[in-house]
Design a protein around this ligand. Structure first.
Ligand SMILES: Cc1ncc(COP(=O)(O)O)c(C=O)c1O
Length: 709
């Protein structure tokens, strides 16, 4: 593995090299030694002459030549120094390979690099790695001691290192944290040594030449990045090293995102690279004391960084991208209280849920325990659905702006929604169900000139000032706004005693205890609303997006023709996006038409998320699944002898008291199943899982419910 590093470097004098350059390549002028670890590199006239070490393998030089040619083809703008010719030379010790490279201009840089130059360094590095991604060569499997894949082999040489314990500690951490992950890291043929000595910079500090491909090899690309990052950190004030490193990583990831495993090990790999520098340096100085000045040129800066590492090794992982450590649950709850206090809603369950990840119908605690999520309707297509997350990330990388500019996702989403709602022609995109309902209320008041509201007894429609008035579920004791009329959840007796602006109906009557409206009663409510001069708002924030199992939109299944439909919660599977859908003739009577704007409303990322959710609902046939699994769940719960009401996958289980419901909910939580409570008496179990719930999950849920009861 160390043959090249072990062989004696060639020893031609500048005069000899000038003569060689003239004879082999017709170069004119003197030869100036540029320094090299294991070869000899000279500037001769307008070319760079490289005389290889006798230990060099022809196959490796072919690898270098082919890699250069490949890069030139794939990304011709990359400033690599081109190979102009190659031949052999008989010297006193044997036959050397001699290559002539294009001379490129620029200066060497160091810690004075500007922030822009750091970012640009990362960008160029990522482009270089991308250009090599599809390249293959059999010699790339060679083993180099510099390859961080083999960092543990450095142990053979650490006895020679002054501060050996520090290097050993770096290698111990490498062994513990990097070795198990190494096989998972994306690997390819990489440059292998894009440190500041191997590039030249232009007057703006941008890379104008990538010089030395002598370390090209197949390795983890994050190791290749770590080499550059370590170099960019060197020589900077302690307080600046991580900031500088992060800017370079930003540049890199702007072209080539890193995977979580790569971010997890980046900090450790940078430290390992520094350990490799001081170790290989100590070893080589012991063999070539005459070349000590060149060999040790990086040592002081590397040691300074290693001393910083010694103070807090974990900091390198935190500062350079890895996830932050998990805070113990009790401490997190205490800090939550301290920082947010009384305004933030209480935590659910006696034993609060601390979640680290989500996946499909599962929420996963930091210790890996999986909780069946039968409560949350937002992740309608399942927690962290890969297609939605990817769509959000991709769109975030590409463009995110506001609706005063033209971009496709906003328009596509609006058209897509309208195509599912015949009779409607106007969409307004906002950020939450509350905002959608608030806008509906403003339109209703503006259009009708009335101020009466009709809602169900214990409704919930949102948090804004106006919508809190129509959300009795959250009313404080004694609060009862005079403009609000309430009907009982069975919608039987509708008495409207004042000029009506709007009726809001959540067809699942979720907060009234899950008492789904019948088609007949819902239609009667819509008629009564119109007779009273009001507009009818179908609040599909809960029951939309297929939850009813009847249709994408519950109002359609109930045969009502609302004036306004509001959407939210599941619309972006967790990305904040909501909408109001209505008819143009109504909006045109609204005094604020054409002036309604919401900064984030319908931004490209939100719109892309919402479009993708609609795609997944279709592709995975989730409306049908909600119907099938919803009725299975209802039947299985009914078989336990319980009173159950269901609207697709919105399922309410009537228990005898709030206390009983509280106990059951907490017992289920302890057993790993999450459900909630609802209804005016808080005595109804609220089961409202992602629509990807399957039969196997129904079995888990029902078994746990039986145990809890
Ligand atoms: C029926 C209904 N409408 C509106 C809202 C308000 O939505 P948001 O919390 O996104 O403002 C909710 C929230 O639970 C809801 O259940």
């Amino acid at each position: 593995m160390t043959s090249v590093l072990e062989s004696t470097p060639p020893r031609f004098t500048p005069d000899e090299v000038a003569a060689i350059g003239a004879e082999l390549f017709g170069l004119q002028g003197e030869a100036r030694d540029l320094g090299s670890e294991r070869d000899q590199t000279f500037l001769v006239g307008d070319g760079v002459l490289k005389i290889s070490n006798l230990g060099e393998d022809a196959a490796v030089l072919d690898l270098e030549a082919k890699a250069l040619a490949h890069i030139e083809r794939v990304d011709p703008e990359l400033p690599v120094a081109r190979l102009l010719g190659s031949t052999t030379l008989d010297g006193p010790d044997g036959t050397h390979f001699v290559r002539l490279f294009e001379r490129r201009h620029g200066h060497h840089g160091g810690p004075e690099l500007s922030d822009g130059a750091l970012r640009d360094y990362g960008v160029t590095h990522a482009r270089l790695a991308r250009a090599l991604r599809g390249f293959f060569h059999p010699a790339a499997g060679r083993e180099l001691l510099w390859d961080l894949a083999h960092a543990l082999d450095l142990r053979a040489h650490t006895a020679l290192v002054g501060r050996r314990a520090l290097v050993d500690a770096v290698l111990d951490r490498y062994e513990e944290r990097v070795v198990p992950r190494w096989p998972l890291l994306p690997a390819q043929i990489v440059h292998g040594d894009l440190n500041l000595d191997n590039v030249l910079l232009d007057e703006h500090g941008r890379i104008s030449a990538i010089l030395d491909f002598g370390d090209v090899m197949h390795s983890a690309r994050v190791g290749d990045l770590a080499v550059a990052v370590a170099s960019l950190m060197r020589g900077r004030p302690r307080g600046d090293v991580f900031r500088a490193a992060r800017l370079a990583v930003d540049g890199y990831t702007s072209r080539s995102p890193l995977e979580p495993d790569e971010l997890e090990v980046l900090g450790d790999l940078v430290a390992t690279r520094l350990a490799a520098i001081v170790t290989i340096s100590a070893w080589r100085v012991s063999r070539y004391p005459e070349n000590a000045a060149y060999i040790q040129s990086w040592d002081d800066d590397s040691w300074a960084l290693l001393e910083l590492w010694r103070e807090d090794p974990g900091r390198w992982s935190r500062e350079l991208g890895a996830a932050r450590p998990v805070v113990p649950r009790a401490e997190l709850a205490r800090r939550r209280d301290a920082a947010m206090g009384a305004l933030l809603t209480r935590l659910t369950y006696d034993e609060p849920v601390h979640v680290a990840r989500g996946e499909g119908v599962w929420l996963i605690e930091p210790d890996g325990r999986r909780l069946l999520d039968a409560y949350n309707n937002v992740p309608v297509v399942g927690h962290c659905h890969p297609r939605v997350t990817e769509a959000v990330v991709r769109q975030t990388r590409t463009l995110n702006t506001h609706a005063r500019y033209l971009y496709e996702p906003l328009v596509e989403l609006s058209e897509r929604l309208l195509a599912t709602m015949p009779g409607f022609d106007t969409v307004m995109l906002v950020n939450s169900g509350s905002e959608a309902n608030d806008l509906a209320w403003r339109i209703a008041r503006g259009v009708t000139g009335n101020d009466g509201a009709l809602i169900t007894e214990h409704a919930y429609h949102g948090v804004t000032d106006a919508i809190a008035d129509v959300s009795p579920e959250e009313w404080p004791p004694g609060f009862s706004p005079t403009h609000v009329v309430r009907v009982a959840p069975d919608l039987a007796e509708i008495a409207i005693d004042r000029p009506l602006a709007a009726t809001f109906l959540d067809a699942g009557l979720t907060s009234d205890g899950i008492r789904p409206a019948s088609a007949e009663r819902a239609q009667a409510l819509a008629r009564a609303t119109r007779d009273a001069g009001g507009i009818f708002v179908a609040d599909e924030v809960q029951v939309g997006h297929g939850r009813s199992g009847l249709d994408l939109w519950a109002y359609r299944a109930l045969g009502i023709e609302p004036d306004v439909v509001t959407l939210g919660k599941p619309m972006g599977n967790g990305y904040p996006v909501a909408a109001l859908v209505t008819r143009r003739e109504l909006v045109e009577r609204f005094p604020f038409a054409r002036t309604v704007f919401s900064t984030f409303g319908g931004n490209p990322v939100a719109a892309r998320a919402a479009l993708t959710v609609l795609d997944v609902i279709e592709d995975e046939r989730l409306v049908e699944n909600a119907a099938r699994i919803g009725s299975l769940l209802r039947d299985r719960i009914a078989a336990l002898g319980l009173e159950v009401r269901a609207f697709g996958l919105l399922v309410g289980v009537q228990l005898e008291s709030a206390e009983r419901a509280r106990e059951v909910v907490n017992a289920l939580r302890r057993d790993g199943v999450l459900v909630g409570r609802t209804g005016p008496n808080d005595d109804v179990l609220k089961i409202r899982p992602p629509l990807v719930l399957g039969e196997e999950h129904v079995e888990i849920l029902v078994a746990a419910l039986e145990r809890a009861l």
